[in-house]
Design a protein around this ligand. Structure first.
Ligand code: PEP
Length: 250
């Protein structure tokens, strides 16, 4: 069954006090849920946010990254087992900012997907094209190659744990949202590629989120598209009223 989902990616924002307050404010205002709500907080917030989510049906905790190795001498890094031990349910893998600023490539991301799945955490796998690729008209193939290189080694059972987030890089943090028609076209294309690899049933069950300057004003339009199953929300997830309105549009 396809699950609708809205995830807030806080990136490197909010002190611990501000972050726990934000979660409390959002939880106090959440409408009846039509899907899942995910908080992707900074690492140091996870242990404090986890108890706030306990007993709240449909609300989940996510990290924004994890290391690809099991454990060891990787100073400053956090493993998937550590994340699981504090109650993390989802992890963002391959956000464009990780690819751009931290040199994460498709092969590395495949390893992160594997370690995450092996610990019982669901990857939210981010893909999307830069502006020059969109302008060249090759965005479809570009995104398909990202999926193939990082995900298509998975078994069907493993792939069923994956959430895809299509995030055109030119739309992230820019205020330039993809139109709902552009989002629908890409999401339908991604679903068709998944169908070709894993079959129509798996493709139909896969949650595909849109990310890129989604906000309280445009979420309804984006989420009403048949292949847009929710959103990965950056800036607008930092304001309780905005995030709650986006969840309400799910
Ligand atoms: C993101 O960081 O995943 C994102 C979609 O950011 P924004 O909503 O701010 O464009």
């Amino acid at each position: 069954m396809r699950i609708k989902l809205v995830a807030g990616n806080w990136k490197m924002n909010k002190s611990l006090e501000e972050g726990t307050q934000l979660v409390s404010d959002i939880l106090a205002q959440l409408p009846p849920l039509n899907g899942r709500v995910v908080f992707a907080t900074p690492y140091i917030h996870l242990s404090s946010v986890a108890p706030l989510l306990k007993g709240r049906e449909g609300v989940y905790l996510a990290a924004q990254n994890c290391h690809q190795e099991e454990k060891g001498a990787y100073t400053g890094e956090i493993s998937a087992s550590m994340l699981r031990s504090v109650g993390v349910d989802y992890v963002l893998i391959g956000h464009s900012e990780r690819r751009q600023y931290f040199g994460e490539n498709n092969e590395l991301l495949a390893k992160k997907v594997d370690i995450t799945l092996s610990k019982g955490i669901k990857p939210i796998f981010c893909c999307g094209e830069p502006l020059e690729i969109r302008e060249a008209g090759t965005h479809d193939d570009y995104v398909a190659a990202q999926l193939e290189a990082s995900l298509y080694h998975l078994t069907e059972e493993q792939f069923r744990q994956i959430v895809i987030a299509y995030e055109p890089i030119w739309a992230i943090g820019t205020g330039r949202t993809a139109t709902s028609a552009q989002a629908q076209e890409m999401h339908a294309g991604i679903r068709a590629r998944i169908a070709a690899k894993y079959g129509a049933e798996v493709a139909n069950d896969t949650t595909i989120l849109y990310g890129g300057s989604a906000n309280a004003g445009n979420a309804q339009d984006l989420f009403s598209q048949p292949d847009v199953d929710g959103g990965l929300i950056g800036g607008a997830s930092l304001v309780a009223a905005d995030f709650v309105a986006i969840v309400g549009a799910m």
